[in-house]
Design a protein around this ligand. Structure first.
Ligand code: DAH
Length: 343
């Protein structure tokens, strides 16, 4: 058995010398250490070794086996290093003198349209402000008249943080701060990213954008609301649009409305953009609820206000012809690159 082991070792030492790649190293491993390898096959011979030599022979088997394993490991390590060296030196050399095709980038469709909408509001005397993405429970709900027991807290499936704060579910969460900051002659819009625990499909995203606006002064009325919304939408759609108000419900406005715009593509006769109805629902709005004014330190007896929450992603989709809201957050250039404004 001793001679057998020595001849295996000799054979291995000769063969490992000429191994040139990882494949050959693996073949060698199988030949010597594999299930039917030479070392494995020599094991049963231990049974026939006289008892007083068993220990010595067992140690010898292990020694040869370890020798083979160590040499193979070393070889594999060497080959891997060689491979990396080769890649660096030859195949994957980067020629930094070659011209690089960079292409010209562009702003995201959302950014382009947001700027456009902001400019329209600015031209009508509005200030552009912003809100936080992480909000207190108070600002997101209580300050806009949605008390703990209000069913609206259920419908707005919310991402709650472990510290009790929330990812804001609507831009209305900034109303209290904005009203406190600008007081009794507020005329402010505050665009922002909102988050809801939604099941995602072509029409729903867990992360979406709204543009909220508030106007507060003495004698603010629904007429102001209609005027500014109609002006803004006409400028954004680049033609005189017709709007209509339907009754709606929001805890923070009284009365509340849904404002629709007559489809600027078909003029109201019905098309794929307006789903055949001739109208596009775009802008929930209303007169700010007295409780909301009070909570921001404004006397509702003396002052009134109106508010709106433009579904901004919907507007972006209409203007860009994108029919899947998920594309807006995807960063998928194949979809976003060919984007051009419909209007
Ligand atoms: N916060 C509402 C929502 O996310 C939208 C909204 C409705 C905002 C009416 C308003 C408003 O300011 O007056 O569904």
């Amino acid at each position: 058995m001793k001679e057998k082991l020595e001849s295996i070792k000799k054979e291995f030492d000769a063969e490992i010398e000429v191994v040139k790649n990882l494949n050959e190293a693996e073949n060698l491993r199988v030949k010597f250490l594999g299930k039917k390898g030479l070392i494995t096959l020599v094991m049963p011979m231990l049974r026939d070794v006289p008892n007083d030599q068993k220990r010595e022979m067992g140690m010898l088997v292990n020694e040869v086996k370890n020798h083979i394993q160590t040499c193979l490991d070393e070889k594999v390590k060497q080959l891997n290093e060689q491979e990396i060296e080769n890649q660096i030196n030859n195949a994957e050399k980067i020629d930094i003198t070659l011209p690089v095709e960079t292409g010209v980038g562009s702003l995201h469709p959302r950014t382009i349209i947001q700027k456009e909408v902001e400019d329209v509001f600015i031209s009508m005397g509005f200030v552009v402000d912003t809100g936080n993405e992480v909000e207190t429970e108070f600002n997101n709900f209580d300050a806009v008249n949605v008390p703990a027991t209000h069913p609206a807290r259920d419908t707005q499936d919310t991402f709650w943080l472990t510290n009790g704060e929330v990812l804001k579910t609507h831009t209305s969460a900034a109303q209290n701060r904005i009203l406190r900051k600008y007081g009794t002659n507020a005329k402010v819009i505050f665009p922002g990213r909102c988050f809801r625990n939604e099941a995602i499909d072509a029409g729903h995203e867990n992360t979406f954008f709204q543009i909220e606006g508030v106007i507060v002064n003495e004698n603010v009325s629904v007429a102001n609301l209609i005027y500014f919304m109609k002006e803004m939408l006409s400028k954004v759609f680049k033609k005189e649009v017709e709007v209509r108000l339907r009754p709606g419900f929001f805890p923070f406005t009284e009365p509340s409305f849904e404002m629709d715009v007559k489809c600027p593509f078909c003029g109201g006769s019905g098309c794929s953009t307006c789903g055949g109805s001739g109208w596009i629902e775009l802008c929930p709005c209303g007169m700010i609820h007295p409780n909301v004014l009070k909570m921001a330190g404004i006397d509702p007896e003396k002052y009134s206000g109106c508010a709106f929450g433009l579904g901004f992603d919907r507007l972006v989709m209409i203007k860009s012809g994108l029919n899947d809201i998920r594309a807006l957050n995807s960063g998928n250039l194949k979809i976003l690159k060919p984007f051009k404004l419909n209007i």
